[in-house]
Design a protein around this ligand. Structure first.
Ligand SMILES: Nc1ncnc2c1ncn2[C@@H]1O[C@H](COP(=O)(O)OP(=O)(O)OP(=O)(O)O)[C@@H](O)[C@H]1O
Ligand SMILES: [Mg+2]
Length: 259
């Protein structure tokens, strides 16, 4: 059993978000602690992706505050989030199609050939592929070979690569928060199981994990806590042990609340 730290890795307080007339989020409090897996559930349009984008710095909230490891952040954006150890895996993936898997994994941190070739920025591809193969092995990830171009990958292989990239960064940093927007939506049975294992392994390594999903069996298997949004409001925030399938469906549909 993973020991869950009580100090949140990431905390949101009183978050509201308006898109013109649409109130996508209404006064939402949210937190996730190191080693904890929190599933964020809700029907289409409930505000899940919006809340994740606020957590990742992609969208600024209209109201409310964000704290990372206990410290309030201002002028928050995705690059600052990444520096502070918050990595997002988007619903619409953000890999570079024209590059291979290992370059996508090491983007911005590619190993260079020895001096003097390093002066010209020549990448040591052989080393990069070997490092990537080793990293994927450590993560327990089996996907296409690291030399394969991303544009040649299936939707599932891309998804696994995107999650692996965030995981690699956090393992190198030694901790942080990973935000995943429907990571298994495009996956078959075996790759869903692989991602499930990877999520659990990251939690055991002490990462804080926020998982947006419509996959209730996955949510029931991996979550420590379940948060449900309904039309932008938080309607439930309960330990996994206090949730069952029927209660979750009633929160999602708005028939009941437990917040
Ligand atoms: N960029 C945007 N501009 C305007 N409205 C937006 C924008 N992004 C989201 N919305 C609106 O905000 C609400 C919440 O959308 P959001 O994408 O967060 O839902 P979701 O819970 O992720 O849904 P799904 O399960 O379909 O992915 C919706 O009404 C949506 O139309
Ligand atoms: Mg969404």
């Amino acid at each position: 059993m993973t020991r869950i730290d009580t100090r949140p890795a990431l905390a949101l307080k009183g978050i509201s978000k308006h898109y013109g007339y649409v109130k996508a989020l209404d006064d939402v409090d949210f937190h996730v602690a190191p080693g904890e897996i929190v599933s964020l559930l809700g029907d289409n349009g409930a505000g899940k992706s919006t809340l994740l984008k606020v957590m990742s710095g992609a969208h600024a909230p209209s109201e409310g505050t964000i704290e990372i490891e206990g410290k309030p952040v201002s002028r928050y954006n995705p690059s600052l989030a990444s520096d502070l150890g918050v990595e997002m895996v988007y619903q619409d993936l953000s890999l570079v199609d024209g590059l291979d898997i290992s370059t996508n994994l090491q983007l911005g941190r590619e190993p260079l050939l020895p001096f003097p070739l390093s002066l010209f920025g020549f990448v040591d591809f052989r080393r990069m592929h070997a490092v990537s193969r080793e990293q994927l092995g450590k993560l327990g990830v089996r996907t296409a070979p690291p030399e394969r171009m991303v544009e040649m990958l299936s939707g599932g292989q891309r998804q696994v690569t995107a999650i692996s990239r965030a995981a690699v960064r956090l393992f190198e940093r030694g901790g942080g928060t990973i935000l995943m927007d429907e990571p298994t939506a495009a996956l078959g049975y075996e790759q869903t199981k692989m991602v499930e294992k990877l999520i659990c392994r990251m939690a055991q390594a002490g990462f804080a994990i926020v998982l947006v999903t419509h996959n209730l069996p996955l949510c029931m298997d991996v979550s420590n806590r379940i948060v449900v949004l309904n039309r932008g409001r938080k309607v439930a925030d309960v330990a996994r042990a206090d949730a069952d399938h029927n209660r979750i469906v009633s929160w999602i549909t708005g028939a009941a609340t437990a917040a």
